[in-house]
Design a protein around this ligand. Structure first.
Ligand code: ATP
Ligand code: MG
Length: 254
C-alpha cells in the first residue's frame, strides 16, 4: 500500500483511490469499477470536491423518503464495499433497512467477498447471496435483472449508489422509488432516479445518516412536504451550475 502524506494537496482524493485499489486487490472491486471511480473523480474535481447546496437538498429529501419508507433496501456493489462499508451499515441500521449485494458484473467470489466485508463491518444480514433467494426484474436483460425476492424485489424505496442507467430504469419501471449517489449529474442514473445526490458517496453518506437521525423526530406531514417540495430535475440543473460556476471561477485564476 502506498503511503500518502496528509500534507499532499490531493491527499483525500488519493486516499479514496487507494481504498478502491485495495478493494480491487482484495477481490471486492471489478476492473470496470476502477473505471467508474475515474469517471467519478473527474466530476468531483469539476464540482470542487465539496458537498454543494444541491447535494445537501437531495440528502434531506432522501432522508425524508427513507424515513417514510415501509421497506427500504440499500443496494451494495464492489465500489461501495471498498469505499464505505461501515457507513452503509450505519445507514441501514438508522433507517431499519436491509442491505442487498447487487452486482452489475456478477461474480460469485466477488459477491462473497463483499458479504464478508459488510459482515465484518457490522451487518447482521446481507441479502442477494443466498441460493434460491433470487428472482428477476422485468424490463431488463441478462444477469443485471436479478434481485433478491426478500429485498429489492419487494422494496418500496431503493438506495442504489453508483448505479448503471439500465438498472435504474428497470427499478423505476418496477415501481420503486430510487435514491442514488452519483457524481455525474448528466448520467442516465442521475437523470432517472427520483432523488439524486450529486456528491462523492464517501462525503455524503455520513451526512445522510445524520439527517435521518435528526429528521426521525419530524412528523410524517413535514416529511411528505420535504419530498413534495423537492424537484430532482431542478436540483440536477443546480449541480450542473455548480460545475459551471466553479469552472468560471477557475478560468479567472488558472
Ligand atoms: P449511466 O449508466 O447511469 O449513464 P455511466 O455509464 O456513465 O452511468 P457507470 O459506470 O454506469 O457510469 O456508473 C458509475 C457512476 O458512478 C458514474 O456516473 C460515476 O460518476 C459515479 N461515481 C463513481 N465514483 C463515485 C463516488 N465515489 N461517489 C459518487 N459517484 C461516483
Ligand atoms: Mg452505465
Amino acid at each position: 500500500m502506498q503511503i500518502i502524506p496528509k500534507s499532499h494537496p490531493r491527499a483525500k482524493s488519493l486516499l479514496i483511490r487507494e481504498k478502491l485499489v485495495n478493494g480491487f486487490d482484495n477481490g471486492l472491486v471489478a476492473k470496470e469499477g476502477l473505471l467508474a471511480q475515474g469517471r467519478g473523480e473527474a466530476f468531483d474535481y469539476l464540482l470542487g470536491e465539496k458537498t454543494g447546496k444541491a447535494a445537501m437538498r437531495a440528502i434531506k429529501a432522501a432522508a425524508a423518503q427513507l424515513l417514510l419508507a415501509e421497506m427500504p433496501v440499500i443496494s451494495v456493489n464492489g465500489n461501495i464495499a471498498a469505499l464505505c462499508p461501515k457507513q452503509i451499515v450505519k445507514l441501514s441500521k438508522q433507517i431499519k433497512g436491509k442491505i442487498e449485494v447487487n452486482l452489475f458484473y456478477t461474480n460469485e467470489n466477488r459477491k462473497q467477498a463483499i458479504v464478508k466485508t459488510l459482515k465484518k463491518n457490522g451487518a447482521s444480514e446481507v441479502l442477494g447471496s443466498k441460493i434460491g433467494s433470487s428472482t428477476k426484474l422485468s424490463g431488463i436483460d441478462s444477469a443485471r435483472r436479478i434481485v433478491d425476492k426478500n429485498g429489492i424485489f419487494v422494496a418500496d424505496v431503493v438506495v442504489v449508489p453508483l448505479e448503471d442507467g439500465d438498472r435504474t430504469t428497470a427499478l423505476r419501471k418496477a415501481g420503486k422509488t430510487v435514491i442514488t449517489f452519483d457524481l455525474n449529474p448528466l448520467s442516465r442514473t442521475s437523470q432517472t432516479a427520483n432523488i439524486t445526490i450529486v456528491d462523492n458517496v464517501t462525503r455524503s453518506v455520513d451526512l445522510l445518516v445524520e439527517e435521518c437521525k435528526k429528521m426521525s423526530k419530524n412528523n410524517k406531514k413535514s416529511l411528505y412536504k420535504i419530498i413534495a417540495d423537492f424537484d430532482n430535475k431542478k436540483n440536477l440543473r443546480e449541480s450542473v451550475n455548480q460545475i459551471r460556476d466553479n469552472l468560471t471561477r477557475r478560468s479567472k485564476i488558472a
